[in-house]
Write a protein that binds this ligand. Structure first.
Ligand code: KG4
Ligand code: ZN
Length: 342
């Protein structure tokens, strides 16, 4: 492998991120500006606010990534940028910026699929053997991949509707909690020891694809049946004294249900594919309860289990630089005409 330094740029959603990866020393810097505070009041990401914020922050974030890595633009061999999937306005800012930088500084240019970034993120810190299964769960995507080698993988399952993170976010909104929902749901579930109060419906056991939109409806109808939610306005009608208790019980039942669905899909995939390990990646992989459940399942089936540290679970540019590096090693560069894909 020839020594190679890659600058990674990620702007697919609400994080403006840049990172430097060295093929000899690994991650040299990983810088991120999170827009969560700007979107919090809307209970989700506002695309135009996201794009404008990327435009404002991009130069500063790249400068910081170079400084922290003790690099100048001269030391960089290639610039890798997320070009799909994501919010169009957000993707356009990152792609234009990365392309312009690479063109002006005469660097190689590599478009990276954000999902490939997540799928290989567990390899940044760990020597994960191939073949392995990769469960990716974020706010926009939930997939199960069979990973054969760097850049070589196949999709075994995808979500038919909502992503797992989206289910956490939407149900958190219904409960009057903030955004992003995942961490708040985890905290509330921990307070009541991850008990399965309402046992929401799991997926059809024979179906490899994921489905989470029914779960959102199940939570709503269960609250309506308890007489504590108005179906037409989707507003909780419970008094302040009981609000926290119901938030805890829904949060806990939801988390246990999503963990069960994940385990069910992994087990189904294991009946068809012989693998050495399971990786769990994406924003939802920050969740300690789900990680522990999956780790136990792996132990039972003699599989290794890996999840990246939190900084590489949620959106980041380190994973984009990492994928960019192995694409560069394989001479897989992109054309200047590369466009974004939603
Ligand atoms: O990967 P990511 O940062 O962005 C996307 O590509 O979507 O994932 C964000 C998602 C959000 O839906 C958030 O609620 C979820 O990850 N998330 C969690 C936790 N931390 C973040 N979900 C469950 N438990 C967590 N601790
Ligand atoms: Zn992501």
């Amino acid at each position: 492998m020839k020594p190679h330094i890659t600058l990674g740029i990620e702007t697919s959603c609400d994080e403006t991120a840049a990172a430097i990866y060295s093929s000899e020393q690994g991650i040299l810097s990983n810088v991120l500006f999170s827009q969560i505070a700007q979107h919090h009041r809307y209970g989700g990401v506002m695309p135009e606010i996201a794009a404008r914020s990327h435009l404002e922050k991009m130069p500063l974030i790249i400068e910081q990534a170079l400084q922290k890595a003790n690099c100048s633009l001269n030391d960089i061999d290639a610039i890798a940028v997320t070009y799909k999937p994501g919010l169009p306005g957000s993707l356009l800012i990152g792609l234009c910026f990365g392309k312009a930088m690479a063109w002006a500084a005469d660097k190689k240019f590599i478009g990276v699929n954000h999902l490939e970034g997540h799928a290989f993120s567990a390899l940044i810190e760990n020597n994960v053997p191939f073949p392995h299964l990769c469960l990716t769960a974020s706010g926009g995507h939930t997939s199960l991949y069979l990973m054969h080698g760097p850049g070589n993988y196949e999709v075994l399952a995808q979500t038919r509707d909502d992503a797992a993170g989206e289910a956490f976010d939407k149900i958190a909104k219904l409960l009057g909690l903030g955004y992003p929902g995942g961490p708040i749901i985890e905290k509330l579930a921990h307070e009541v020891n991850f008990k399965d109060f309402f046992h929401y419906p799991r997926n059809n056991p024979a179906m490899i694809d994921f489905s989470f939109s029914g779960l959102k409806t199940a939570v709503l109808y269960n609250l309506v049946a308890q007489g504590i939610c108005d179906l037409s306005t989707k507003q909780l009608t419970v008094d302040a004294a009981h609000l926290h208790k119901i938030q805890q019980e829904v949060a806990s039942s939801l988390l246990v249900c999503i963990a069960d669905i994940f385990k069910q899909k992994v087990l189904l995939a294991l009946t068809h594919h012989h693998v050495k390990a399971l990786t769990f990646v994406g924003g939802v992989a920050c969740n300690k309860y789900i990680k522990n459940e999956l780790a136990q399942l792996c132990k039972k089936h003699n599989l290794l289990f890996f999840a990246p540290s939190a900084q590489y679970c949620t959106d980041n540019a380190a994973m984009i630089a990492f994928v960019g590096n192995y694409k560069a090693q394989q001479n897989k560069f992109s054309d200047w005409s590369l466009d974004i894909l939603e």
